[in-house]
Design a protein around this ligand. Structure first.
Ligand code: FA5
Length: 340
């Protein structure tokens, strides 16, 4: 019958496909697949030879043979393309696995970092005061003249302003924006925001154009305390200081309150403590909140009274650890820092 393909030729074409698919499947690398490709589709391949033998085939069978050869080639080409994609994905995964860095190497001299001593001291102070029923408040480091001085009973030109060497910022009207010289403006912000009773501490950085020496830094930390309630007296202030000193230093240090002057407290005192060698060192100022400050913040001094304090955190850490030079906190010498 015209066009009916000789069964022997059909067998060659179909076994070329069966054998070819098995060889493609067995190729386990891209390189092996390339040689399988040449074997199955190159000049010496069974299908190519079958094609070459077309001229010997009866003319009426040529079309059917050509079609059978093309179908067989297409199946093999598709199978090779699929296997190629598979092998490429495997090779990529293997390459990524080989290039992965092992960062889990154990270093013999393993040094674990920790908080700076000032942060440790600040957290300890916060814990001590939270234990006494206080909450922790915050305020900005860049302040206005009003919060840093005026609301604290120091109007423009007040001589007490010279107690703090102020760093002004080049913003707005001259000498209206500054780096806070103490944490006391947080007192004002708290009283203006919150109705009494108020029991807060506000730790943070303070800035003064002080020259660094063994007990001074131009950037240092203070912790401010403020209590406003009904019937608060100087005895409450003294009792609070006594209580937190015990928490921080134990029972063997002596403390004293010495009369002093701050425009925002009346009466005012300086708080001193004995060093490990028995000398007195000043840790901060304190006193009863001046009625003018309560009034500036919208509180009635007839109804409310309170006390406030501001201590230097570096000075407290120095006392706790028997350090004699405050500059060591900022030189970042790892031999110093790693001791705490
Ligand atoms: C004040 O700053 C007042 N605001 C404290 C205060 C608050 C009084 C509330 C009353 C009521 P004084 O300038 O004395 O006060 O600073 C307080 C403490 O901050 C000092 O005793 C000291 O411990 C610390 N201190 C001050 N200047 C420096 C500095 N340059 N370097 C390190 N610590 C400092």
């Amino acid at each position: 019958m015209a066009g009916m393909l000789d069964p022997a030729l059909t067998t060659i074409a179909s076994s070329a496909v069966t054998d070819g698919l098995a060889a493609i499947d067995a190729a386990s690398t891209l390189e092996a697949l390339r040689s399988v490709d040449a074997e199955l589709l190159g000049k010496a391949a069974p299908l190519s030879q079958l094609k070459a033998s077309m001229r010997d085939v009866a003319p009426e069978q040529r079309k059917a043979l050509g079609q059978a050869i093309n179908e067989a080639r297409t199946r093999l080409e598709l199978a090779i393309a699929d296997r190629h994609a598979e092998l490429e994905a495997i090779a990529r995964r293997e390459q990524l696995a080989a290039e992965q860095l092992d960062l889990s190497e154990v270093i013999a001299d393993r040094r674990v970092g920790h908080h700076h001593l000032i942060t440790q001291t600040r957290e300890m102070l916060e814990d001590a005061f939270v234990g006494l029923g206080f909450t922790v408040a915050e305020g900005p480091e860049v302040e206005t003249d009003w919060y840093n001085f005026e609301a604290l009973n120091m109007p423009a030109g007040h001589s007490a302003r010279s107690m703090w060497d102020t760093l002004y910022l080049d913003a707005g009207e001259p000498e209206t924006v500054l780096l806070r010289t103490h944490t006391s403006p947080v007192q004002v912000r708290t009283m203006m925001r919150q109705e009494p009773p108020i029991y807060i501490v506000a730790p943070g950085r303070s800035f003064r154009s002080d020259t660094a020496d063994a007990t001074h830094l131009p950037v240092f930390h203070q912790i401010e305390g403020l209590v406003v309630d009904k019937g608060i007296t100087f005895a409450d202030l003294a009792g609070t200081i006594e209580a937190f000193v015990k928490v921080l230093y134990g029972d063997d240090r002596t403390t004293r309150l010495r009369p002093s002057y701050f425009p925002f407290t009346e009466p005012s005192a300086e708080f001193d403590m004995t060093t490990a060698t028995g000398e007195w060192v000043e840790l901060g100022g304190c006193g009863m909140v001046n009625p003018n400050v309560l009034a500036h913040c919208g509180l009635d001094p007839e109804e409310w009274s309170g006390f406030a304090f501001g201590f230097g955190i570096e000075r407290m850490a120095m006392q706790r650890h028997g350090l004699d030079d405050i500059r060591e906190f900022v030189t970042n010498d790892i031999r110093f820092l790693s001791q705490f």
